[in-house]
Ligand binder design. Sequence first.
Ligand SMILES: Cc1cc2nc3c(=O)[nH]c(=O)nc-3n(C[C@H](O)[C@H](O)[C@H](O)COP(=O)(O)OP(=O)(O)OC[C@H]3O[C@@H](n4cnc5c(N)ncnc54)[C@H](O)[C@@H]3O)c2cc1C
Length: 353
Amino acid sequence: MKYDVAVIGAGPAGSASASMLSSLGYRTLIIDPCNKKKVCAGILTAQYVRKYRKNDDFVERELKGSRISFRDIHAEITYRRAAEYSINRESYDRFNLNEAIIAGSELRMEKVSSIEEKISSIMIRTNKEPIITDYAIIASGISDLSQLCGGTKKYAFCMQQKKYIKPGDYYEIDLKPGSYSWSAPKKDYVLTGSSSLEGYPDIPGEKGLIPFGPVKKTFSKRFLLAGDAAGFVSPFEGEGLYYSRRSGELAAETLSNTMSGKNMLSDYQIRWKKEFDFSALTMISSLISNSSILEAFVRSARDSEEFNIFVENILTGDNKKFKIKEICFLIKMLSKNLLKKKKVLSPFDTIIL
Ligand SMILES: Cc1cc2nc3c(=O)[nH]c(=O)nc-3n(C[C@H](O)[C@H](O)[C@H](O)COP(=O)(O)OP(=O)(O)OC[C@H]3O[C@@H](n4cnc5c(N)ncnc54)[C@H](O)[C@@H]3O)c2cc1C
């Protein structure tokens, strides 16, 4: 049987795109061996919760917000207008895949070894008979396959482990210049982890990779890249579930419009660029890669109500792009804290920032 679309990978990106394509009536095949455990803190961010419904099948805990810290400085960012949820990642993936199957997608539990673009179709090889499809969505996360198809090659290395300690109601992020550790409360345990750009942190646990993206080109003649394969992850705390799911939908819509002659696959790139604005998060991430600025950032969030709300708006995705007024506010607050610290160290120092 020839398929309209083959979706490779049944993570949030693949399942979302397959669900949408099947609902629109396209013959859709999902290919995933479904044998790999996902290493993930499992936080559904406020941005995700605003757009998509949560479900008791996978939600473990409602969170009040995030706690960020640097060394012994801690700031509590309670979300005033938003909610975040801590989920069971395995149940979440199962739920999404099931929705795609209910919508009409077929599932083949196989590993794709190669993809060959021909003039009017795509040939996909697994260890069983080859699959012929008109188009494909590569949603295979960070994998050899995505890399063969032009997917992301830059990532952070993570280790994560389960700890049977009493869970709280905040997602905790301990920031260091260029890396961070986290603590994600579940129903009756906590997932703790650390990331590094240099290689896997030397602590026990399960390994995972977070991509740095997005990649330059997310489309080809007959396939699109979605989710982690395209590097769609927040540059601040590595959150990718929202971007995976949403990019899966955008890829499905673009393919549907292409098959009905309304657009071209290259329109996908225009669409996600319009929607995914990482500029505020990128600016914050690069600023706090300096330890003095990071310290000033956390201190300001702890001591100033106004700055605390500012950080809340960034973390909840309410503020994705800074206006000039906000950049000035950020610089003013960080400078004030940097100068305060400078004064403690050297009372005669008159550095003007
Ligand atoms: C340690 C860690 C913590 C994280 N915590 C969070 C968090 O709290 N919140 C958040 O929003 N994001 C988090 N993320 C990021 C999030 O997990 C990813 O962004 C998200 O899983 C990406 O979804 P995806 O569908 O693109 O890919 P994936 O979820 O990785 O799914 C890819 C699928 O492709 C399949 N596949 C791979 N190769 C092949 C092949 N050759 N043939 C067929 N199938 C294949 C795999 O089996 C897999 O099922 C975290 C990531 C890490 C590493």
